[in-house]
Design a protein around this ligand. Sequence first.
Ligand code: K1U
Ligand code: ZN
Length: 173
Amino acid sequence: MTLRNILIHPDPRLKAETDPVTAVTDDLRALADDMLETMYHAPGIGLAAPQIGVMQQLLVMDCDKDEDSAGRPMVLLNPVVTWTSEETSTYEEGCLSIPDQYADVVRPTAVEVEWLGLDGDTHREKFDGLWATCVQHEIDHLHGKLFIDYLKPLKRQMITRKMQKLKREKARA
Ligand code: K1U
Ligand code: ZN
């Protein structure tokens, strides 16, 4: 397994649409393993393929916070939200592509998602709580949308400028 480099905003690949996965191959399974390793190492609870520069509809997540459990690593290919609750919840979100910046985002409290699994089968599941927030955040990544796109323009610009400065500093180091 290989740790992948996580792109930092602003980057055109984080604003672009991704392509559907057309076949479950050994290369795709290896990519999913790399993404899970990269996510746990960060650490994070989710990671979408464009965040490592791969423009395919693939995301991983594990929102199981129970220290005593083995976790629930999930790999979703071509995920689609098929139902959203009317009820909404606010969660202070972060993003591995926007380090150390957090903001409240309002999203549906629960969602139903359909996806293709690495087993080649179609899966459907209702998510709520942190899982619902995370899967919506990750699916947004697959469509070039970041959590800061839900914020007021001034706040978004402020965060973007901080990230530009961070990237300049990293490039100099
Ligand atoms: O997509 C990403 O950038 C990953 C992101 C997912 C996410 C976080 C919060 C709300 C919605 C989606 C992260 O994992 S940021 C890091 C994080 O939330 C975390 C890190 C360590 C322990 C617990 C959470
Ligand atoms: Zn993110």
